[in-house]
Design a protein around this ligand. Structure first.
Ligand SMILES: [Zn+2]
Length: 253
């Protein structure tokens, strides 16, 4: 029996599907260029096991990650089953979210130039673009703290209560959602909002502002959209087809 088949037969079919989805998510992030060599990480909570989540094996780049290479951990930092290295700062971030938010089943974290750039802005993001309107109602901000510490884990848990699209000051971006496709859709729009915020600041004149009443109404519309578990599903299916067309289906191994 191959190592991959052995992994597959020793777990629930729901966990195997979650592994395949998370591996696909890493390939999608690689496609968008949301990489930072071995830093940054995405995770999913294991279905039916609220205290366990899956995260990348620290030695692999996003395009190398497969369903069976992912590490399974508990919320106290113990690796379950097949052993492997994990990013300690990554454990701090993802365990903080899963402890603080019972509704989160997927979390994504990036250090893109646009995201880390916008994370240096004291005033944060403004509701000045259609992309920003997609995330504005869920925006939260988190002060920079010492990575990989219990204090940071606790502080991030508090920040994550304020919104699911989090700008980590002086660091990067973070989104989480009940579904993998929901977390991806939020991060995609947050990344785009950051790009446009930075572009706006280079234009040499103030942006046209969107009417406050429209901003408020859009917030209500987006809250309703995100409450639907199909939020981002069509985009997800399209992007899975894209990564399959680029590199086959080896991420499911
Ligand atoms: Zn980071």
């Amino acid at each position: 029996m191959s190592a991959n088949l052995k992994v597959e037969t020793e777990m629930s079919s729901a966990e195997w599907q979650a592994r395949c989805d998370l591996a696909a998510l890493y390939r999608i992030c690689d496609h968008f260029g949301w990489t930072d060599i071995l830093a940054t990480h995405m995770s999913v909570r294991v279905p039916g096991e609220p205290n366990h989540f899956l995260i990348n094996h620290y030695e692999e780049m996003f395009h190398e990650i497969t369903a069976s290479s992912l590490i399974k951990m508990d919320l106290d930092g113990k690796v379950i089953g097949r052993q492997g290295r994990f990013n300690k700062a990554g454990f701090t971030i993802h365990s903080a979210i899963y402890k603080a938010r019972a509704d989160a089943n997927c979390a994504m974290h990036t250090h893109t130039r646009a995201g880390a750039g916008a994370a240096m802005l004291k005033g944060g993001l403004r509701p000045i673009s259609q992309d920003a309107m997609q995330v504005y109602d869920e925006l939260a901000y988190h002060e920079y703290g010492m990575p990989a510490t219990q204090e940071e884990c606790d502080a991030l848990g508090v920040s994550c209560q304020k919104g699911s699209c989090v700008v980590l000051f002086n660091h990067g971006l973070l989104t989480f959602a009940p579904t993998v496709h929901g977390a991806l859709q939020s991060l995609y729009m947050l990344e785009r909002a950051c790009e446009l915020e930075l572009i706006s600041r280079t234009l040499g004149e103030p942006p046209v502002m969107i009417d406050e009443a429209v901003v408020g109404k859009m917030g209500s519309v987006m809250k309703k959209a995100r409450a639907d578990h199909r939020y981002g599903l069509h985009e997800w299916n399209a992007l899975v087809r894209l990564v399959e067309s680029k590199g086959g289906t080896d991420f499911r191994s």
